[in-house]
Each structure stands twice: as structure tokens, then as C-alpha cells.
Design a protein. Structure first.
Length: 426
């Protein structure tokens, strides 16, 4: 109980030792009390500074060591405060204990690790890596598509022909166009005739197949027609390059095929044109004979819209025909022939010459424009003087073609009766 009595004496002593007693002890206590606050502040700041977590840990450790000597120095200065010193000693251990809390800061730092997402960073690299190989693939894709697109119309026309069932066109037995060039030539002509319009080409091809199945044009070639009605009215001629004649079979570019319609040789309009079906059969037989000489069935190279050697010349001679009194039979025969040939023999005409034509024949051209493509109309050449026909073939691949024509057409060749052939007549 004597301990409380000495306490008033130190209370009177402060004026004698103010600085040593009050200042250091208060500072030590404040330092001991504030140490956790500083450490808390350090911990509070550490998460915001994610890049320097190790520096924060070092600072906290330095602070803890700096505070420890301060507490140890104050303890001997105040003997009466061992409990206080004992109280202040525990804070330094919390400082290392707080350090592990700083050690958890890396766990906070590891949070940005997923945020930093090196994987996403490599993801663009991975995405970019395939992009480079894909670039050539994309570049190659249109080329393959172009090839497919080029074959697509032919494939569809071939499928239509197979579904129809009729096996031939123009003497060509239809087969897979991928391996059979003559079939590809025939189908391409239907595309060319319709300027690449596939629906129109399919419609025309279907009608041709149906018409040929019904009419049987190949059988008409062997048919015998009336001599009184058709003798001398139609011929086929073929002119070839001399070198090709010596060498045997030649390319289509080295030969020219003609069909000749000599309407001036008609002796009786009513007899020749009176039976429309019979006249059309004779006219179709003449065309099929010309197609034999055109020889599409031996084609070895496909055609294109711009290159097609499988075409023929046609000459219509109207000499001695009076157009002042047009017979309804002649008009009907002309109209039906134009429709049948435009529908079933597309892209076979190279050029067509109307020779010895009077001006009054204009109705024929007006009618043709209704059924014949404009580009085909441009191939029509009316000529009032048939003797000038030989001058029209200077650009032919067959040398001196004009000279090979009959003399009546300006050439030096024999008459059509001698150098030409036509449907059988009796």
C-alpha cells in the first residue's frame, strides 16, 4: 500500500524533468500505438500499387525495425512502465504478422494476373496465325468457284437432257459433257444463243428435244421426196483447204459448209408449198445433211461465246420469183420455217445471203425480227445481184473460197447440180 504514496511525488517532479519524462514516453507510446495504423495504411496503399508489392513489403519491414529500437530505448528510461513496455512489445510481432498480410498482397496482385490475361494476348496471335494461312485459301476460293460456276450451266443442261430421254441432237449422241466434247459443244450453243441465260437455254433445249423426238430429223435424211415438188430446190456444198484435202480429216476452221435454197427453181408454188408439213420435212432434211458435213460429232475442242467454228453459210436465191402476188402458202411456209429453225437450230448460222432479192421482199425481214435474235439478224445480207456473192468470202480460212463457188454466183466452180447434194427425190 506504500506504492501509491510515492506516486504524488513524481507528480510534483515534472517541472524538474519535463523533457526526459513526458516527451520520450509519449513519443514511444504514440509510436507503438501508431505502428499498426501505419501498417494498416501501408496495407491500404499496397493494393492500389499493384506493380510494387515487393517494395511495399520492404517498406513495412523497414518500418517495423525502425519502430522496434524506439520501443526498446524507451523501456529502460521508465522503470515504472514495464507493463507499458510489455504492452508496446507485442506490436512489433504484429508487424511481421502484418507482413504476411502484405504477403497476401501478391494474392491481390494475382487478381490482375487473370486480368492481364496473357492468354487473350496470345489469342490474337493465335487468331492472326490462322488468318495468314486462310488468306491464300480465300484467294483460291473464287478461282474454284469460278470453275464451278462455268460448269454449272452445262451440268444443268445435261441433267435436263437426261431427264428428257431423247438421246441425240444434230446427229450427236448425247453423253456426259465432262468427257464428251461434242455434247458440250451442242449444249454450249444453247447457252450462247440465249446470251448465257440459263432458264431460257433450258427452255429452248427442252423444246428442241421434244421436237426432235416427235419429228425424227435423222429419219428424214433417208426419206425420199417428190421430184416434181423439190428437185433442184436445195443443195449442200463443202469447201476445204487443198492442204487439208491431202492430209485427210481437218479442223472445222479449214472447211466451209453451205446450204443453198434455190426458190427460183420452184415450178409450182402450190405444189411445193401447199403441203406445209411435207415442205418442212424436206427443209429439215436439207439442214440435217449440212450438219453431217459440219461434223460436230467429231469435235475435239469446246466452243466459247466468242469462238465457235461449227457454223455454216446459207444462201437463198430468189431469182425469177414474183413477189408481187404472194401466195398464202408461201407466207405460211416462210413463217413456219423461220420459227422451227430459230427454235431448233440455234447458233449454226455463220452468215446468210439473200441474193437476187427485189425490194418488195421487206416483209420477210420484218417477220424474221420477231423470232430471230438481233445478233443473228446482223448476219443477214440481202443482195440484188447474185453474181457478186463470190466477193463476200475474202476473209474465209479457206483460200480463194469465192472462186470455188458456181459461176452464176461469181466463182469459177461447177454448177450446184454437179458439186452439191441434197435430200433424195424421185
Amino acid at each position: 500500500m506504500s506504492a501509491p504514496e510515492p506516486q504524488p511525488e513524481p507528480a510534483a517532479a515534472p517541472p524538474a524533468v519535463p523533457a526526459p519524462v513526458a516527451g520520450p514516453s509519449d513519443t514511444a507510446e504514440l509510436a507503438a500505438i501508431d505502428a499498426p495504423a501505419r501498417e494498416a495504411a501501408a496495407v491500404a496503399v499496397t493494393p492500389t500499387t499493384t506493380t510494387d508489392a515487393a517494395d511495399a513489403t520492404a517498406d513495412a519491414t523497414t518500418t517495423a525495425h525502425a519502430e522496434q529500437p524506439a520501443v526498446t530505448a524507451v523501456a529502460p528510461a521508465t522503470p515504472t512502465l514495464p507493463p507499458t513496455t510489455t504492452t508496446t512489445d507485442p506490436p512489433p510481432p504484429p508487424a511481421p504478422t502484418t507482413a504476411p498480410s502484405l504477403t497476401t498482397a501478391p494474392s491481390l496482385t494475382t487478381v490482375p494476373a487473370p486480368t492481364t490475361a496473357p492468354a487473350p494476348t496470345t489469342a490474337p496471335a493465335t487468331t492472326t496465325a490462322p488468318a495468314k494461312p486462310q488468306a491464300p485459301e480465300v484467294a483460291l476460293q473464287p478461282a474454284a468457284a469460278t470453275t464451278n460456276q462455268a460448269d454449272e450451266p452445262i451440268a444443268q443442261l445435261w441433267a435436263l437432257a437426261q431427264a428428257n430421254g431423247h438421246p441425240e441432237i444434230w446427229g450427236v449422241t448425247l453423253a456426259d459433257p465432262d468427257t464428251h466434247v461434242p455434247t458440250r459443244v451442242v449444249l454450249q450453243k444453247y447457252l450462247n444463243a440465249n446470251d448465257g441465260d440459263l432458264p431460257k437455254a433450258k427452255d429452248q433445249l427442252a423444246k428442241t428435244l421434244d421436237w426432235r423426238a416427235k419429228t425424227k430429223p435423222l429419219d428424214l435424211v433417208a426419206k425420199v421426196f417428190s421430184k416434181a415438188k423439190f428437185a433442184g430446190l436445195g443443195y449442200v456444198t463443202k469447201y476445204r483447204q487443198e492442204a487439208a484435202l491431202a492430209a485427210g480429216p481437218s479442223s472445222p476452221q479449214s472447211a466451209e459448209v453451205f446450204t443453198w435454197n434455190i426458190y427460183g427453181g420452184v415450178t409450182s408454188i402450190d405444189e411445193t408449198f401447199g403441203n406445209l408439213d411435207e415442205f418442212l420435212e424436206w427443209r429439215v432434211a436439207l439442214m440435217e445433211l449440212a450438219l453431217r458435213d459440219l461434223d460436230i460429232s467429231s469435235a475435239t475442242e469446246p466452243i466459247t461465246p466468242d469462238h465457235d467454228p461449227y457454223k455454216m453459210f446459207q444462201v437463198h436465191d430468189y431469182k425469177s420469183i414474183s413477189f408481187l402476188r404472194q401466195s398464202p402458202h408461201v407466207k405460211a411456209a416462210s413463217a413456219e420455217t423461220i420459227k422451227v429453225f430459230a427454235q431448233n437450230y440455234p447458233e449454226l448460222l455463220k452468215e446468210k445471203f439473200f441474193v437476187n432479192v427485189p425490194a418488195i421482199m421487206g416483209f420477210v425481214y420484218a417477220f424474221m425480227k420477231l423470232f430471230v435474235a438481233a445478233k443473228t439478224i446482223k448476219k443477214f445480207h440481202p443482195m440484188s445481184n447474185g453474181g457478186a456473192l463470190a466477193l463476200e468470202f475474202a476473209e474465209s480460212n479457206v483460200s480463194n473460197l469465192g472462186e470455188k463457188l458456181p459461176a452464176v454466183y461469181g466463182g469459177k466452180g461447177s454448177d450446184l447440180e454437179e458439186q452439191g447434194w441434197g435430200p433424195r427425190v424421185e
